[in-house]
Design a protein around this ligand. Structure first.
Ligand code: SF4
Ligand code: SF4
Length: 679
């Protein structure tokens, strides 16, 4: 297995701006698809008093693990970044693959795979990269981004000096910002004077274990509010619905008869009555301390592993369409208990067809993971915004509160429920009738009006999703289409699906024109050197696919979505970010580059055997376990010098040359070319 490694800051900056200039894209996200603000439409929401320019964001998970992921989410309109959960155990071994998107979405993911120190640095890098993009004039009008931390999983871990240092580092990131500022390459020196934010986050979503005792949840919440001084959201489990109600929805209503929630999950997780008490007390504490407090629906649902995707795992976590219905039922239940007293952040089965509805319920942020893992990746969010804009436009809503009031036609019933003085009611009704300023008409009753509409919208939408066939098993049981062929090192359907759907942008395009590589061996004879040809490798496609190993955590998602079998990340040419990361993954064939005074070194491993190619002027040095040769690849028989104890496989040399040129000389931009530029 290869190890996930952060891409150096200087490499990220170089790649980002070179790619934008040469290819009109950033981390393979086309600039033309960057989600832009519309002048007459205010999508902003307040997250614990911080303005976020849109209510959308990536959920804490694979899309917020690395700096480039957060940048990609930003390009797709994300302005509330739910950072991947960190915890005291920061050297986890996660089973691979860990994401199963064949149908509704399962995972065995957990928290950050990076160390706490690396995580902090990734989040700071992301924030600084976003500032640079803003300084370049990208996405004007969508300038405010909120970074929301997530920590787990128990009080002892969260109180530990390591996690405290992470929290303190996010609250005041000055030291990391200044260190990274010094790493901005000279070519981008104009960014060195930017006023990068140093107070990265003071909001946090608490993620507790499935089965975390209720008193532990409350103790952690109190600690985070009181001692850590943070605004807090407590993420809650779908098991709060109770066994009967949950199964009635999941199995009976939606038809997921094969999904079984273990009895222990209900027995161990906090019950509804307990959670109501916790929320009441933590909410009161937060009010006393002047901090924001809310809840999040929902955590994933723990189910028995009845499939064959995650081998060796007894249980797995469910997301996607059925979780949407369960989580909306929880929002309804919560609001029936607490009214509109606490803000609710929402992440469960959001996609283009329901994003605007979640916004209409006043949920904020509305964050997404599962849908962004499908073909199109981050770019899928464009349709969320298009749908929201179209619905707001049709209703004459110019901001989110106006949309909440009008989305389901509940402005009038909500108004009627407030019992306002007749004159104030009349003004509101007039404003509604003639498209006037609702906030001005309602005055200090506006927030109560919007709050009442949120509650009414929730009741309507909760009934609607229960009846909507799109969430049922029958609509979500067909896996992505496979065409029956197996991937090989070169050539494939060349559909490019694997590039944008990788959360880490680890797959990339290699500009290699159709060519024929001779299969050759070089042999020493009494008369010199001779080349024996035994066939050729035929590359027919207009380009090839490569995988950047340092950014690939072998989640398996590109394998599921690729129309061919085998998995691009396992079959396609694998490139490591450094000689060290290449050397530390001896089980994987692959390549690495290193700039040295003698010339560019390219290291290769084929079937476990390593070779090195050192590029020079017209000639290369080609080194293996039992040969060390210098030759001109255009004429090996006539130019070879050096020693070889056995016939030398020249095909490997030709293949490495092909890849070297594609990565470093083709004008294409990738992590490797940017890395060589920086070196
Ligand atoms: S390359 Fe494939 S396996 Fe690797 S992180 Fe990306 S989607 Fe996951
Ligand atoms: S590896 Fe698979 S997903 Fe990627 S371009 Fe080839 S066929 Fe498409």
């Amino acid at each position: 297995m290869v190890e996930l490694r952060p891409v150096p800051f200087a490499v990220l900056i170089t790649r980002m701006f070179q790619e934008l200039e040469r290819n009109g894209a950033i981390f393979d996200y086309p600039a033309r698809r960057i989600v832009q603000a519309a002048p007459a439409r205010d999508l902003s929401v307040s997250i614990h008093g911080h303005r976020a320019s849109t209510p959308f964001g990536p959920a804490a998970g694979p899309h917020t693990q690395l700096a480039q992921n957060i940048v990609l989410a930003w390009l797709a309109g994300g302005r509330v970044m739910e950072l991947k959960t960190v915890q005291i155990k920061d050297d986890l071994e996660i089973p691979r693959p860990c994401i199963d998107m064949q149908t509704i979405g399962f995972n065995v993911e957990w928290s950050q795979e990076l160390s706490l120190k690396q995580s902090l640095e990734e989040y700071v890098k992301a924030s600084m990269l976003i500032e640079m993009l803003k300084a370049e004039g990208l996405a004007p009008g969508f300038g405010d981004t909120v970074f929301d931390m997530s920590v787990g999983y128990d009080l002892a871990g969260i109180r530990s000096p390591k996690v405290r240092a992470f929290l303190d580092g996010m609250k005041d990131a000055s030291e990391v910002v200044e260190r990274l500022r010094g790493q901005i390459p000279a070519a981008f020196a104009h960014f060195r004077d930017l006023a990068f934010p140093t107070k990265l986050s003071d909001t946090l979503t608490l993620s507790t274990f499935h089965g975390c005792p209720p008193e532990e949840i409350e103790s952690i919440g109190a600690f985070l509010l009181e001692e850590a001084g943070l605004h807090l959201v407590v993420k809650l489990n779908p098991t709060l619905l109770g066994r009967q109600d949950l199964n009635a929805i999941l199995r009976d209503r939606l038809g997921y008869a094969d999904l079984m929630v273990p009895d222990a999950a209900f027995a161990k997780d906090a019950r509804w009555e307990q959670v109501v008490g916790i929320i009441e007390r933590l909410g009161t504490l937060a009010e006393r301390l002047g901090r924001g407090f809310g809840v999040k629906f929902s955590n994933t649902l723990l189910v028995r592993n009845h499939r064959h995707f995650f081998t060796g795992e007894k249980e797995m976590y469910l997301s996607g369409p059925p979780l949407h219905v369960l989580a909306i039922s929880l929002v309804q239940k919560f609001r029936q208990t607490f009214g509109d007293r606490f803000p609710i952040s929402f992440s469960a089965g959001i996609d283009a067809a329901n994003f605007a509805d979640a916004v209409a319920l006043g949920l904020k942020p509305v964050s997404v993971c599962t849908d962004l893992l499908k073909v199109g990746g981050y770019g899928r969010a464009q349709r969320y915004f298009a749908d929201l804009a179209a619905r707001m436009e049709a209703l004459g809503a110019t901001d989110i509160d106006g949309f909440v009031l009008k989305a389901y036609g509940q402005a009038e019933p909500a108004l009627a429920s407030l019992g306002l003085p007749a004159e104030q009611m009349r003004k509101c009704r007039d404003a509604l009738a003639d498209g006037g300023d609702l906030a001005a008409a309602a005055g200090d009753a506006f927030s109560a009006w919007v709050g009442a509409a949120r509650l009414k919208n929730t009741e309507i939408y909760a009934a609607r999703v229960l009846a909507d066939p799109r969430y049922r098993a029958a609509e979500n049981s067909v896996p992505p289409k496979k065409i029956g062929s197996h991937l090989t090192l070169f050539d494939c359907l060349t559909c490019d699906k694997c590039i944008p759907l990788c959360p880490n942008d680890a797959n990339f395009s290699l500009p290699i024109a159709p060519t024929r590589l001779p299969i050759e061996h070089l042999r020493r004879t009494d008369d010199g050197w001779t080349v024996e040809t035994s066939g050729e490798v035929n590359l027919e496609k207009p380009r090839q696919i490569g995988t950047f190993a340092d950014a690939c955590n072998e989640c398996g998602n590109c394998d599921v979505m690729c129309p061919e079998d085998g998995g691009p990340y396992l079959v396609k040419p694998l490139f490591f970010g450094s000689r060290q990361s290449w050397a530390e993954a001896p089980a994987r064939d692959g390549f690495a580059f290193e700039t040295r005074p003698e010339g560019l070194h390219m290291y290769g491993r084929f079937d476990g055997q390593t070779v090195t190619v050192v590029s020079g002027k017209g000639r290369v040095r080609y080194i293996g376990a039992d040969f060390d040769l210098t030759l001109d690849p255009a004429d090996p028989a006539g130019t070879t010098e050096g020693t070889a104890n056995t016939p030398v496989d020249l095909t490997r040399l030709r293949l490495m040359e092909l890849l070297r040129v594609a990565v470093t000389e083709s004008g294409s931009v990738n992590y490797l070319s940017a890395g060589l530029n920086v070196a």
